[in-house]
Design a protein around this ligand. Sequence first.
Ligand code: AMP
Length: 940
Amino acid sequence: MHQGIMKAWLESSHLSGANSTYVEEMYEAYQEDPSAVSDDWRAVFDNLPPVDGNDTHSPEPAHSKIRDYFRSLAQDSRTKTTGRVSDPELDAKQVKVLQLINAYRFRGHQNANLDPLALWKRDAVAELDPAFHGLTAEDMDREFNTGSFAYGNGTMKLKELVKALKATYTESIGAEYMHITDTEEKRWIQQRLEPTLGRAAYSKDVKSRLLEGLNAAEGMEKYLGAKFPGAKRFSLEGGDSLVPMLREIIYRSGEAGTKEIVIGMAHRGRLNVLVNVLGKRPAELFDEFAGKHHEDGLGSGDVKYHQGFSSDFETPGGNVHLALAFNPSHLEIVNPVVMGSVRARLDRRGSDDGLQVMPITIHGDSAIAGQGIVQETFNMSQTRAFKVGGSIRIVVNNQVGFTTSNHHDTRSTEYCTDIAKMVQAPIFHVNGDDPEAVAFISQLAVDYRNTFKRDVVVELVCYRRHGHNEADEPSATQPVMYGKIKKHPTTRKIYADRLVAEQSLSAEDITGMVNDYRDALDKGDCVVKEWRPMTLHTVDWTPYLNREWDEQYESAIGLDHLKELAAKVSYVPETHQLQSRVAKIYNDRDAMAKGEKLLDWGFAEMLAYATILETKKRVRITGQDSGRGTFFHRHAVLHNQKDGTTYLPLRHVADKEGPFDINDSVLSEASVLAFEYGYATAEPAGLTIWEAQFGDFANCAQVVIDQFLSSGEQKWGRLCGLTMLLPHGYEGQGPEHSSARLERFLQLCANHNMQVCIPSTPAQVYHMLRRQVVRPMRRPLVVMSPKSLLRHPMAVSSLEELAEGGFRNVIGEVDTLDASKVDRVVFCSGKVYYDLLDRRRKENIDNVAIVRIEQLYPFPHEELNAVLADYQHVTDFVWCQEEPQNQGAWYCSQHHFWSSIPQGAQLSYAGREASAAPACGYPELHARQQESLIASALKL
Ligand code: AMP
């Protein structure tokens, strides 16, 4: 080993002497970045023997040992060789040259020419000056080894090297990638940037295509500005390069084999992207500007700059389906929605490496730095449940935060993109006024994503030509910037002049282009020549359209077959050693499967999944504890106590069954729920579930509930069958873990937008989950799911109850009471039912009937009427709830109760008093309150 190192050391071009200092410095450079030294030296360092058992690549103390080691080698060589003696000064300079290269790679972006307005004030980076490294004017004509710098042939005059470094790292592209620890990725980026000095040699056709994109971007805004003066359009102007950029990304992806791209973006520039990239007909947009309402069966609709769109786009590699996601006003929340939609499409296609479907998210500079959901989405990007093979993240940095803010008010980071470093994403900043650099770096980004399956960021540094909206006056708050902008030529003009100057196009060609585009807008037809009508290569949603919750459906599964499934779901191979508590649960399940024991909640739930999976449909469950279940009730994933391997009984219910994906999620609610919403809006066939660890955690995802789940169908016509399991129940666990905030969901209910259910038995949860898949309606299902009921001795069901019937929206009295003696009927939902029943039985009360309302919305009037048929003589009805009076169902649902009781009858309330907190924190107070509400409901 030592001899090999010695040989390499002696034979290396600059190293023929005994210069241990040089070697040490070289080694230091290698430690900082292995790619900073030449291949032969890296080979030497890579092969260094471990010192005292340490990895030689780790820093001190191993380093000092290595130094000694090289010193000894140097001495050795002096005694053993008579040949070449190096120039120590030149060798030292050689190291400095390598450090200079490194400095450009690390910090060139800080002095790159990124801002089209030249307003960015950035200090000169000292390390980029050769003098900083002790390199002098005389050195400029000296030839040096250029190490791993991928331009040229390994040696270069210093002045040429500096020129090449400047061209690569400090012109229109600022490449930030040296924070990546993976050497292969860094080398890959260097190999793409350096050989061509950070630019592409585009053909005339491509140049003309880029100009067409700019022409369309600018032409469209001018046209809208003239036709609808003062109307809000959130113009793209200043960031015009976004249009050619997106088009190049689509081309590149299509060539690589991508079949679908899902795009998420906020309002700025959206109309432009809709018309000039996705191919929305301008005439349709103009109608929207004119305020026309299309009678297309959609609900209340949304403003034009929130609209989504779908189309196909022809590329040399085949058609790519494009879907621009609908987006509410919250700027960044669409990102996890897009990722979820992409994951659903990848799963459907079986494209595990992410190649076939790609996400593009477009961010504003203040939003990407300001909104926590961005961090959450980055954090998900490489996890099992949420990875999508990387995303392209474009930041349109127009240098004005939301309406009027400067960057020092909107972030504390150097770049708005710094958050992306948490996943070591490469970040490419690019001057928006250089469309060729934009295209070059965008293509590189696509290739990087497809090669490494990781996120990559391109920051388009540009400006905003007008105010926040077109009626706004920006110079009131940004006088200097807008003074500059007024005089600044458009990107199209800059590029057109450049193409004329280099004789790629003539001035007449360019004028022709402008006129043609305007004529096309006049005609109102699609202006994207690559646009193709959508083919049905995605999903057919027609079976799910115009369906209602009370539609009849067939879901019965024969008892014998159910028993077979039960046996499979409770089977665990003998070699798989279970933890003792889990083993007890599976022993019980075995007895349940054999009909020796009544079913508990966890087993009924598992059986529901089994019945769905055997029909080849997918079941996907995510949540903070979903494999095991927060309350230890599910155990869908069994961990072998011997070796940690896992066994999932639900993956063995049929020969060819649907995929069962169950994954513990990242510790987030907003991004996870948004992701699952995106998944369910792109995958109608299976069952998609998000489970909150405790129901109140859904608070953190309120924006997703308000802006997507409850209103997405009405605003955008997008159906979503997502199920949310939200543990809810008053068990003395204090204010935070008792309530899933039922009242908030009920308050959002209208137009049959979602279902809110509180199942009270294992058979009910089984039927409810099956119904969500078997019935063709696709609307969110919000479940107040239990905690103590998971093990409540009364909350059990027989296999027969599962085999027969379906979900019961209302469950009438279960004891044999004489209806004519009943003088009070108590309505309730959820766990309180068992408290009422238990107490009534204990007190031998026979004049109070208890009716469970298992679906609070849409309200099951007919079923409740049927149950109340026997109680038409009763005048005393009570709604009993555990929640405080201002919470739970009392205020939101009592109009439904009133409309169901006989005329003249009274409805009263039995529950906790109104409270600012969801529940009290003292167990003793909780018990007293609970006793009081039960007593009040039962007239005790
Ligand atoms: P996409 O693949 O998202 O571009 O969708 C293609 C087409 O499928 C859309 O234009 C809609 O007609 C339909 N579609 C997609 N998602 C949904 C959904 N969640 N609800 C209803 N229709 C949908």
